[in-house]
Design a protein around this ligand. Structure first.
Ligand code: NCD
Length: 285
């Protein structure tokens, strides 16, 4: 998939008409900028188009329609669906009601697998996968991009360091899966001491909207921030990534450094999602 994405990034014109007439149904039950817009751009750059459910509060969900019914209807309008939903497991569940492919664009605090594809693409373009040491910092409990990335990295020769407050460590299920996969991993509460060993630092936002209690959020908000001075201790070649949106985890002065790859990372979402859609739509061509 990453090879195909690189091929597409090199020569997007070669696929500009490849899926003319195909439609992608987009169902976003939660806010999204990057994921939705890059899927839209990807589909259009393959010659296809999208049909969008629109905002949840203007859809039949407002009238009490079940998710199963919504996807059963919408599968009749499109060749594939992409869905983001606040409930963990919702994408898997919805896919069981329909015959067209359904892509998980984030299921609550569960997984975000297409973000991981573009994260892997970005890692490969920068640090590469040989003898890789990755630090993943911030909200490891609710951050779905972290869960997907940590799983995926077990397929590579990667050491993983998880840096978070104790209250936001990896969920037990993810930690268990990593152990089962034989992952080389360690958990820390401080970035200091581990930063200098890293090839990649993947920073995440504290997922405020997932906290059951606003006070719990306030206790951890504002910790685990980096700025250009923090990175003095890092390797010169350190790649700093972030799935975005950032709040205050990465100071603006990092943007000017050679370390910053998060905007390029977001841009990589288009060729990567083009490669994914190409693979999925080819099956139904
Ligand atoms: C992430 C998400 O939605 O999980 N955003 C994204 O898709 N790039 C990260 C986040 O919201 O913090």
């Amino acid at each position: 998939m990453l090879d195909r994405a690189a091929e597409i990034a090199d020569d997007p014109d070669a696929v500009a008409d490849r899926h003319r007439g195909k439609l992608l149904g987009t169902l976003f039950f939660e806010p999204s900028t990057r994921t939705k817009m890059s899927f839209t751009a990807a589909m259009k750059r393959l010659g296809g188009d999208i049909v969008d459910m629109g905002p949840v509060d203007q859809s039949s969900v407002k009238k009490g329609e079940s998710l199963a019914d919504t996807v059963r209807v919408v599968e009749g309008y499109a060749d594939a669906l992409v869905m983001r939903h606040p409930l963990e497991g919702s994408a898997k569940m919805a896919s069981e009601f329909i015959d067209v492919p359904l892509i998980n664009a984030g299921d609550g605090a569960g997984q975000h697998p297409t973000q991981t594809l573009l994260d892997l693409y970005t890692i490969r373009e920068n640090a590469g996968f040989d003898d890789l040491t990755v630090g993943i910092m911030g909200d490891l409990k609710y951050g779905r991009t972290v869960h997907s990335l940590a799983h995926a990295l077990t397929n590579f020769d990667a050491q993983q360091h998880f840096i978070s407050p104790e209250s936001l460590q990896l969920p037990r299920g993810v930690r268990y899966d990593l152990h089962e996969a034989g992952a080389s991993m360690r958990e820390h509460t401080e970035l200091g001491g581990v930063l200098e060993t890293l090839d990649v630092l993947y920073v995440t936002r504290i997922q405020r909207e997932r906290f059951p209690d606003e006070n719990e959020y306030r206790e951890v908000a504002g910790q685990y921030q980096i700025d250009a001075d923090t990175l003095d201790a890092a390797k010169d070649e350190l790649t700093v990534m972030h799935p975005l949106p950032r709040v205050d985890e990465i100071a603006a002065d990092v943007d000017e450094t050679e370390h910053a790859q998060y905007f390029q990372q977001a841009h990589n979402g288009v060729p990567v999602r083009m490669a994914l859609l190409d693979l999925i739509l080819e099956g139904s061509a």
